[in-house]
Design a protein around this ligand. Structure first.
Ligand SMILES: [Zn+2]
Length: 287
């Protein structure tokens, strides 16, 4: 690594994070990405170690991210990989020092393409989706909750599924609705109406609503540092916006409300506003 050409304030080096989980010693900071193998529709933890006086910025898939301070001289952020991510993707790290020019480091990460299945929805289901009035107002509320960036990290344990049940529609399936397609940004867990739904981890309820056209009765939990979990199509809801919840605390019951044709829980996880596969997320233990 030391033999690479150095250009004032700009250092460019290429490698595949897939085969190198621990970043090389750079000028004044090190970084690490976990897990080793990256797949579209999943994500990774970016951890930086450096001078406590500096700050960092990551640019990835055309988005800027500010890693959160984790401890003295350590910054962390969970970054999402878009569902279509495949092959080499550029990760740019910027070191912002109070008394020196910003330094830019460029890397390539190697991403395995996710296989995307397409299903064709029947007429009845398509009709239900079409007749949604005032979607945009509700959609905006949900999007605002998903895009929240609370710098505190509310959780310490790995995430868990909110209930046990058969996975119906998995994450990332493309649903063809005739004139357009939409991706399924969560997993559907089948369970009888009234089955308790548990919080996937500790966090703060950021949205608790009834009778949304698509989502039905819903809860959204902000876990902090850009990690958000969603629970849709509920029957009973036991938590209000602003409530703190513990991991595995019963927050609601499975229902069949909104755009749903049978009792199930739609469970989704967002990293920095982008959906990732919840089954991958609950199996992800970066330490
Ligand atoms: Zn669903």
């Amino acid at each position: 690594m030391n033999s690479l050409p150095f250009v004032r304030g700009f250092f460019s080096l290429l490698f595949f994070l897939g085969c190198l989980a621990i970043g090389p010693q750079l000028q004044a900071f090190t970084f690490q990405t976990l897990p080793e193998n990256l797949t579209g529709g999943e994500g990774f933890l970016l951890r930086l170690k450096g001078n406590p006086a500096d700050n960092y910025q990551a640019l990835f898939e055309r988005k800027k991210y500010k890693p959160f301070p984790a401890s003295k001289g350590v910054w962390e952020i969970f970054l999402p990989l878009s569902i279509k991510a495949a092959g080499e993707r550029e990760l740019i790290l910027e070191k912002i020092s109070p008394d020196a020019p910003t330094e830019k480091y460029s890397f390539l990460v190697n991403v395995t393409q996710k296989k995307i299945r397409t299903i064709f929805l029947g007429k009845a289901s398509r009709k239900m989706r079409k007749e949604e009035p005032s979607i945009s107002k509700q959609q905006k509320k949900v999007l605002a909750a998903i895009n929240n960036r609370e710098p505190r990290k509310y959780w310490n344990q790995p995430f868990s599924l909110p209930l046990q049940g058969e996975i119906g529609t998995e994450f990332g399936i493309k649903r063809n609705l005739g004139t357009y397609s939409s991706y399924h940004w969560g997993v559907d867990i089948s369970a009888p109406e009234g089955t308790p739904v548990q919080a996937a981890n500790r966090g703060k309820v950021i949205l608790s609503e009834h009778n949304f056209n698509i989502y039905g009765n819903l809860l959204i939990i902000d876990h902090g540092q850009g990690v958000v979990s969603c629970y849709f199509h509920l029957s009973q809801i036991f938590k209000e916006t602003g409530d703190m919840v513990d991991q595995n605390e019963i927050i609601a019951e499975v229902g069949n409300t909104g755009w749903s044709d049978g009792a199930h829980l739609h469970f989704s996880v967002y990293l920095q506003g982008k959906p990732v596969d919840p089954l991958w997320w609950v199996s992800f233990t970066p330490e």
